[in-house]
Design a protein around this ligand. Structure first.
Ligand code: TPP
Ligand code: MG
Length: 704
């Protein structure tokens, strides 16, 4: 069955299609082997085993145009076992996929050059260790943390179903694509894949196909020591269509399974593909040795001999292989995109408004009037909860932005993240245009799903209690890394849920998310800051946002007396100042502790102590302001500073400096009514004023 590359180049006889298929498969294998060997690190075994699968999907099945890797109606390919990245680099190279820049412009150069592959895993190479969205064109999603890719693919499938339901019209199938995710034992062992598969089965997503590399090997050896469940029964239990292909080298049967997927309605498809890791390497095949280290020069030669490949050739790409991909995916993808482009032009003529929506969405822009009708909350000492204000704002925005959608992890009523206006609807099987997604108690899959929605250019939000962000964190981290404008609405942001006790009271979450590069974290202090927070967040195009919102009512500050909430756009602003603007002390707070500081400020003023209150909803936005602005808010010569936040004190040193004080949490909370907790942990105006007096070396005086 082997065909040597040298013979292909020299042979006067044209090769048969079967020979070209095999040559292309072996080219993916040898590129992968050579790249790993050259880098002296990486994972050769899985690309050797899965080259036939990836070849079949790309050259025979995928509707993907290498000339335009961001064409909206393309099929999506997800490599969830991201350690096998050489599969993707090989196929992006061999298909001649073109690069796209950050402004969505198509560039002439290849997404992945042969030189990039030669420099696999080296700095600035477009063939990094794992697939990275935003770094390499043609990568649909960043993968590597096992389980994330498959979970994201569920969001992509929801997005396709939603887009088709909203935009397709009779004779105009503008959206009609499939999502293919390749995964391995590690993906299947991770909990997030179970959450995501359960959700996908419930939602009957028949545009979704996972292909599971059943090689019975992971890093520590045979899966006999770790993973012996009946995976077919598991997926049948989820309501998936389960297929098996017993030989990963049999490309006709692989194609046959994909055919069945195409004909399957009302459920996702799971293909169990039996494979041999390190296929063709005589001493490493079927062992964990093929997973995470180069084969070694001798084994490389033996594997190449087994494939009928010239043993000494390195990074060899026969012209016939490029031509074969051009005749396959190149021609098929180009035609499909051409037909779609014509169809879309007719659609634009007939449905100009819908076409404009699609254009805007693709560029992550907002429709005209997106902030129309945002509420203004009147001053009110009783006030309104952060979550309550959030629900009102979200519902206005969602009516202005048709592609804003999302949901919560079984806490829609508590987080107030339900879209309640007429026509919002629920996303369920049979109602794919619905905009409320019920994620169930699956926080991790929820966050990953929202990534998948955002990768499909929808504007998506996910909601739960702030404490359960811990269950979603790996996907939030990837959201940031992928530069996706996702929105995480986290309520019950401190001890506000009192009686639920320490398990439900966030302490370290603010500090830990503040440490996350790229994530915009906002903890608004009242309803008008909530409005401004959303105004800021909606305009982000390449950053995720996290809103930490209170469960309990917060006083709505009198903005005729204090500064406007629009100061939020600078991250921190002077909310209340000492007369004349030269304070003795600065009180810095976020969220529920801001009004506490305002009360303390008034009390101190009565004693003749000049305090400034800085509302600091967002450290990271503040850090991006220029030095002059930052110094105007926190004048360097005012060193008496107190930070107040119902959360870990960690990190506040940077704003209070060595002579300042931090009122925060150094332990977990407790179960009690909020008022008692505030007393126990010191979040009362009297405690703030007491600390200020200590700091300034003053005694309490009675009011003048
Ligand atoms: C969340 C997570 N945990 C651990 C790892 C490290 N890791 C990378 S590959 C791998 C083994 C995966 O086994 P499998 O999916 O069967 O891959 P194969 O060796 O068969 O390609 C592990 C543990 C990871 N990438 N992500
Ligand atoms: Mg495996």
């Amino acid at each position: 069955m082997s065909v040597t590359a040298s013979r292909s180049a020299a042979s006067p006889r044209p090769m048969t299609t079967a020979q070209l298929d095999q040559l292309s498969i072996n080219c993916i294998r040898t590129l992968s082997i050579d790249a790993v060997q050259q880098a002296k690190s990486g994972h050769p075994g899985t690309p050797m085993a899965l080259a036939p699968l990836v070849y079949t999907l790309w050259n025979r099945v995928l509707r993907f145009d290498p000339q335009d890797p961001i064409w909206p109606n393309r099929d999506r390919f997800v490599l969830s076992n991201g350690h096998a990245s050489m599969l993707l680099w090989s196929v992006l190279h061999l298909t001649g996929t073109r690069a796209v820049n950050a402004d969505y412009e198509r560039l002439g150069q290849p997404a992945v050059s042969l030189d990039d592959i030669r420099r696999f895993r080296q700095l600035s190479s477009k063939a990094p260790g794992h697939p990275e969205y935003h770094w390499v064109s043609g990568v649909e999603v960043t993968t590597g943390p096992l389980g994330q890719g498959v979970a994201d693919s569920v969001g992509m499938a929801i997005a396709e179903a939603w887009l088709a339901a909203r935009y397709n019209r009779p004779g105009f199938e503008i959206f009609g694509y499939n999502i293919y995710a390749v995964c391995g034992d590690g993906d299947m062992m991770e909990g997030v894949s179970s959450e995501a598969a359960s959700l996908a089965g419930h939602l009957a997503l028949d545009n979704l196909c996972w292909i599971y590399d059943n090689n019975r090997i992971s890093i520590d050896g045979s899966t006999r020591i770790t993973f012996t469940e009946d995976i077919a029964a598991r997926f049948m239990g989820y309501g998936w269509n389960v297929l098996r292909v017993g030989d990963a080298n049999d490309i006709e049967r692989i194609e046959g399974a994909i055919d069945i997927f195409h004909k399957t309605h009302g459920r996702p498809t799971f293909v169990i593909l039996d494979s041999h890791i390190g296929y063709g390497a005589p001493h490493k095949q079927d062992t964990a040795l093929a997973h995470g280290e180069p084969l070694g020069e001798d084994e490389v030669r033996l594997a190449k001999r087994d494939y009928g490949w010239p043993e000494d050739a390195k990074f060899l790409v026969p012209d016939a292989v490029r031509a074969h991909f051009a005749a396959g995916i190149g021609a098929r993808g180009g035609e499909a995109r051409g037909r779609w482009t014509e169809l879309f032009a007719d659609y634009r003529a007939k449905y100009p408004e819908l076409a404009t929506e699609i254009d805007l969405m693709q560029r992550r822009e907002l429709p005209a009037g997106w902030d129309r009708g945002l509420p203004v909350f009147p001053a009110d000492p009783k006030g309104i909860a952060g979550r309550e204000a959030s629900g009102k704002v979200l519902n206005v925005l969602a009516q202005n932005i048709p592609w804003l959608l999302g949901g919560s992890a079984d806490l829609a009523s508590s987080t107030r993240a339900a879209l309640t206006f007429e026509g919002a609807g629920d996303f369920q099987p049979g109602t794919p245009a619905g905009r409320n997604i019920h994620f169930g108690v699956r926080e991790h899959a929820m966050a990953a799903t929202v990534n998948g929605l955002a990768l499909s250019k929808l504007r998506a939000f996910a909601a739960t209690f702030f404490i359960f962000s811990d269950y979603a964190r790996p996907a939030i981290r990837l959201s940031s890394m992928m530069e996706l404008p996702t929105i995480f609405i986290f309520t019950h942001d401190a001890m506000g849920d009192g009686e639920d006790g320490p398990t439900h009271q966030p302490v370290e979450q603010l500090a830990s998310f503040r440490a996350e590069p790229g994530l915009v974290l906002l903890r608004p202090c009242d309803a008008n800051e909530v409005v401004e927070a959303y105004r800021h967040v909606m305009q982000l195009r390449h950053q995720p946002a996290l809103l930490a919102l209170s469960r309990q009512p917060l006083p709505t500050l009198d903005r005729s007396r204090y500064a406007s909430a629009s100061g939020l756009a600078q991250g921190a602003y002077v909310l209340a100042d000492a007369p004349g603007g030269t304070p003795d002390v600065i009180l810095i707070a976020s969220g529920s502790e801001v009004s506490l500081c305002v009360d303390a400020h008034e009390e101190l003023a009565a004693e003749g102590i000049r305090a400034r209150v800085v509302s600091m909803p967002s450290w990271d936005i503040f850090e991006r302001q220029n030095q002059a602005y930052r110094d105007s808010v926190l004048p360097p010569d005012v060193t008496a500073r107190v930070a107040v936040e119902q959360a870990s004190t960690f990190g506040w040193e940077r704003y209070v400096g060595p002579s300042g004080r931090i009122m925060g949490m150094n332990t977990f909370g407790a179960s009690a009514p909020l008022k008692e907790l505030q007393r126990k942990f010191g979040f009362e105006p009297e405690r703030v004023t007491e600390i200020v007096r200590q700091l300034l070396g003053k005694r309490k005086t009675t009011a003048r």
